[in-house]
Structure formats: C-alpha cells, structure tokens
Ligand binder design. Structure first.
Ligand SMILES: [Fe+2]
Length: 580
C-alpha cells in the first residue's frame, strides 16, 4: 500500500509518502524551488518522495489530496451570493484539483494513463488533525486544529481512538483565530506570509494594555458545552471582501484583513518599516494574550468534553509555542503532541494517514518521533559540491573527520565563539531547523544574538533565537521537563540559569526549546554532548540554516550561504570547512 499525500495550491505546498502504514519521506516544495511558502503544485517534492521510497509511479495505490471542495458547501454558496468575487477566486484553483492525477504524472514524467492510484480528497482540517493524531503514538486523544482558513473552516475538534477520528465540531468562515492573528500582524506593519512569528516575539516586550478591547475582537462563548469563539466582525473586512489570499505559484499573499473601525479603536496602523513604539509592543502583547486565552479556553472545554489527558494539536496556530508552553500549567492535559509540520505542509502527511486509517481502516503502526524526512547527501556528493566551488582557491581550510572528531572539533569552535553551519543527514520536514540544517552558536554569550543578526540572519532585534538542550538535562534549565523535540513549546528558563544561557533566553525569560536525544539525532546529540563536556552547558543556540530564503536543502545551497555570509565554520557531512 503506497499512499502519496499532497498539499497543493495552498501555502507550503508539500508531498509525503506512506508505505505500508509508515512515513518514508516528506518535504516542502519551497526547499527545492527556493520560493518561500510556495503555494503551487509540489512537483519536485513528489518526485523526491517516490525516489526516496524507491517505488515506481505505477506502484502507487492512492493519491491523498488535502482539499475537499464539497466541505461546507452551504456556507460557500451563501458567501458566493454575498461576495461573488470571492467565489470566483475560489473557482480558479478548483479546476486544478480536477487534474491532480495529470499533475502527479507530470511531476513523475510519465503518461497519466500509467497511474493506477485512486485519488482521495481529505478535508483540510481533517488532514491537519490526522497529521497529528495518527502519528502521535497516542491510543486516545482530544484533537484540535486551528488555522486561518481551509475548506472554509478555521477550527475543528474531535477525539481520536485507535485508528479512527470522530469529528465533533468546527468553526466556519469568517470566524478565525488565524485571521485574527494575521489581521493584527498586518496592522502592526508586518505583511509577509508567516510574519506572525515576528509579532509573537515582539509581544514579550509589551504589556497587554488593550486587553479589554481585544476581548471584544475575539469573544469566547462556549455553547452547550461545545467550544466556540466569535470574531467581533466590525474590526475586520474579510467577511465583506472575502479572504483575499493569492495561492499562485509563488509566495502566498494575504490581502488586508482589518477594518477602519479597528484603526479608530486602536489608533493608526503602523507603517511597514517604521519605528516600533511602545503602543505597538503593547498591542502585540494584547493580541498574544487574547490568543492564549482563546486557545486555552478551547482546550479546557475540549478536556471537559472528552475527559482524556492527551492532546493532539495542528494547524498554523499550533506554531504559537508561547501558548503551547502554557498548556501543562493552565489545562488538565498531561501529554501534548504537536507535529513538526503543524501548518499546511503537514497536510501532505495528514491526508496520507487519513486515507490509510480513516478511509481504509488499516491499523496503526507508526509514531513520528523525529522530523528528518527530507533529502540527504553522501560525503562523495558533498565533496563534489565543495570541489565545484573551488574552495581551495578561496583560501578555505577543509578537513575530513570521523563523526566523533567532527563533533569534538565543532564543539570546540562553538565554545570559541565561532558561528557554525551544521549540515548533516536528512533535511527536516516543517519550518524548524532541528539540528540537520542548523546554524549553531554559543548560548553563553549574550552578544551572540546581535552577532548572528548582523552577520547572517538580519532579523528584527526583538525576535528570539532558540536553545537546543540535551533531553536528559531539560529539567535542570527549564521549569518543565517534558520533551519538546520539534521546538513547539516555549518554557520558562529557570531564573538561576538565565545568566548561563542568555543568547537563546527571550526577554520574558522563556526559551522556545528543542530537546535532543540520542536516538532521534545521534550526530546533533553528540555535538551538544561535546559542548557540554567542554563548557558544562548542555545547550547550544540553534537557528535555521538560511539567510532570508527557504532553509538550505542541498550542499550547494549550504556552501553558498556559508560563503556569502560571515559564518565562520561549515560542518557539512564529514567535512569541516573553515574561513581562515
Ligand atoms: Fe491549514
């Protein structure tokens, strides 16, 4: 049974392949075509998945596509009458979905007639929920998906037991916590797709001064024991003009979501690129605080509804690691699973597992306990890439080292304050670099954040960097000790440890940590262990290996990023490359 999962014509186009119930490969198209959040068809990701699985296109049994245009048809018709231009915008990709088999055949360079696979559509939020529950390893869990909009819904909940999910409710357009966060992100002058992260970082610098106003922007009102929230629609315009999201081949663009009324209530919107003032910080803080209240309220209602102590989260809002980090303290849930690709890229995995379990009723046999599902490259291939760049002529020093030496020598350089490009093994699936396509630095140096920003990342100064910590030591440094292997939780750094790891400790004393264990990533675990041996600190600073571009995938991209930025060392495969 070979199931190809696809997220297409939506942000973060991606593909995944599930062979006999086990995930074998998954990747986002942006990593291949180098267009951030690319929303077209994942031609190269599909090709990669089949190659990694070693199967022929004719052997595919199912193609699972994360979109079902039949979902919430009544609502869509209602809005089509109200906002004809929105219906027209939605129709354009509809035609493309009819030709999915042809597009897969095009990606695989074969005649569509040769593809015997059955195409199965899976509704957006069901795919989100499946991307979490079916790979969580939990026998039973409450399920919650929250995002901007997918198949005309923004939120869905239910319960998962064994190999089936029961869906119990959804919140439809125009009410959306994702759009709420995006609207205020736009109001604060951040317009690029995915900029919500910046505002989450900024929020920690402010106070929730506008809490009362934000309680009117999102109203929490559980009904008959069912989770519920409503947007104060006066503050928005998407219900009048439609969700103006462009899902063309390039980077997605979201049209303006907030209304003049919102500006009348909160003051003029911030011009992009202008100074960030205290008012903006306080609005960001009020936004984050209202989102936390909303998510935690939904979760507490879900817990009352199902009475189970395990939770699976997905959807773009599940990337809000600050809200996630509060779950253990502020809800009765004791175990939480958030997949590394909680957003729309993960729909490819979710659609495939939904078909495997929910449609075909097959038993579960797989837990996704790591994120390394992308391409990998041999030392020979890396050597060729280095040779092609004529690194000897560039005055670089190259040494070939065994795994142990590479970890030891790299750790020594981190402790010396060098910035390292760490390129090892299979690329991560999902937006977080988790120690295979990472830039690594010394967490003990407070100045490292500014150095990284001035030399490589060029991020806004209010955005934090993340710590990677040995799993067995997490409780020594943070106020929680539950593993967070996918960087999906922000925990408070213990006050006495904040001075020890200032660089990845955010202004509010939290860290969006990644816990690392030996089984999940032996190379990265060895590197951090060596750093601990040298310094006594079982933590390194970890940020994604890129410079205003998608995370590097192939050795050539890593080498180019290393050469064009002021990175000091590149540990790529078994090669240690240094600028001298
Ligand atoms: Fe989504």
């Amino acid at each position: 049974m070979y199931i190809l999962g696809i997220n297409a014509y939506h942000a973060d186009a991606s593909a995944a392949i599930v062979c006999d119930g086990r995930l074998v490969a998954a990747a986002e198209e942006e990593r291949f075509n180098r267009v951030k959040h690319c929303a077209g068809f994942p031609f190269q990701a599909v090709k990669y998945c089949l190659g990694a699985a070693g199967i022929k296109p004719e052997e595919l049994t199912h193609i699972a596509i994360a979109r079902d245009s039949r979902a919430r048809l009544d609502k869509k018709i209602l809005y089509a009458l109200k906002i004809p231009q929105m219906a027209l915008r939605r129709l354009a990709p509809q035609g493309k979905f009819g030709a999915i088999k042809e597009e897969v055949a095009r990606a695989l360079e074969i005649d569509p007639e040769k593809l015997a696979a059955e195409v199965i559509r899976v509704e957006h939020h069901k795919a989100h929920l499946a991307s979490s529950f079916f790979v969580s390893g939990f026998d039973e869990a409450a399920l919650l998906s929250i995002d901007g909009l997918g198949d005309f819904a923004s939120t869905m909940w239910g319960v998962g037991r064994d190999n089936a999910m029961t869906i119990d409710g959804a919140v439809a357009f125009p009410h959306s916590l994702g759009f709420f966060y995006t609207a205020i992100t736009q109001y604060l002058g951040f317009w690029k797709y995915g900029d919500e992260y910046k505002v989450m970082g900024l929020a920690s610098y402010g106070q929730p001064e506008f809490k009362d106003e934000f309680a009117r922007i999102v109203r929490l009102e559980g009904r008959n024991g069912k989770p519920r929230f409503n947007l104060g629609l006066d503050y928005f315009i998407h219900h009048k003009v439609g969700s103006e999201i462009s899902w063309n081949e390039g980077e997605p663009v979201v049209g303006k979501l907030y209304s003049d009324f919102l500006e009348a209530r909160l003051g003029a919107a911030r011009e992009a690129g202008s100074v960030v003032e205290e008012r903006h910080r306080n609005i960001a803080s009020s936004l984050q605080s209202r989102l936390e209240d909303s998510v935690l309220s939904l979760l507490n209602q879900l817990h009352r509804l199902y009475g189970v102590n395990k939770l699976c989260l997905a959807g773009g809002v599940a990337f809000n690691c600050v809200a996630n980090g509060m779950i253990f303290d502020k809800t009765p849930f004791e175990e939480v699973y958030v997949p590394p690709a909680a957003g729309d890229a993960g729909l490819a995995i979710g659609a495939a597992f939904h078909v495997n379990h929910q449609t075909l009723g097959r038993p579960r046999s797989f837990t996704m306990d790591h994120a390394y599902w992308g391409p990998q490259f041999s030392n020979e291939r890396i050597r060729e890439a280095l040779n092609r760049k004529n690194i000897a002529d560039l005055g670089l020093r190259v040494a070939e080292l065994c795994d142990e030496e590479l970890a030891r020598e790299t750790a020594r350089r981190i402790a010396d304050g060098k910035i390292i490009g760490w390129f090892q093994g299979r690329m991560e699936f999902g937006p977080r670099a988790l120690g295979n396509r990472s830039i690594v630095a010394d967490p003990r140096r407070a100045e490292m954040k500014d150095i990284l920003n001035s030399r490589i990342k060029h991020r806004e100064p209010f955005r934090p960097f993340a710590p990677s910590v040995l799993e067995q030591r997490v409780g020594d440094y943070f106020d929680q000790s539950k593993p967070s292997p996918f960087m999906m939780m922000a925990y408070r750094v213990k006050p006495e440890k904040r001075g020890e790891i200032p660089a990845p400790t955010h202004v509010d004393g939290t860290g969006r940590l990644q816990t690392v264990n030996r089984e999940q990533n032996p190379h990265y675990w060895r590197l951090i262990s060596e750093f601990e041996r040298l310094t006594g600190v079982p933590v390194v600073l970890n940020t994604s290996f890129n410079e205003n571009e998608p995370v590097v995938c192939a050795p050539e991209e890593a080498i180019e990023c290393f050469l064009r930025t002021r990175m000091d060392v590149l540990a790529i495969g078994n090669y240690l490359v240094e600028k001298v």
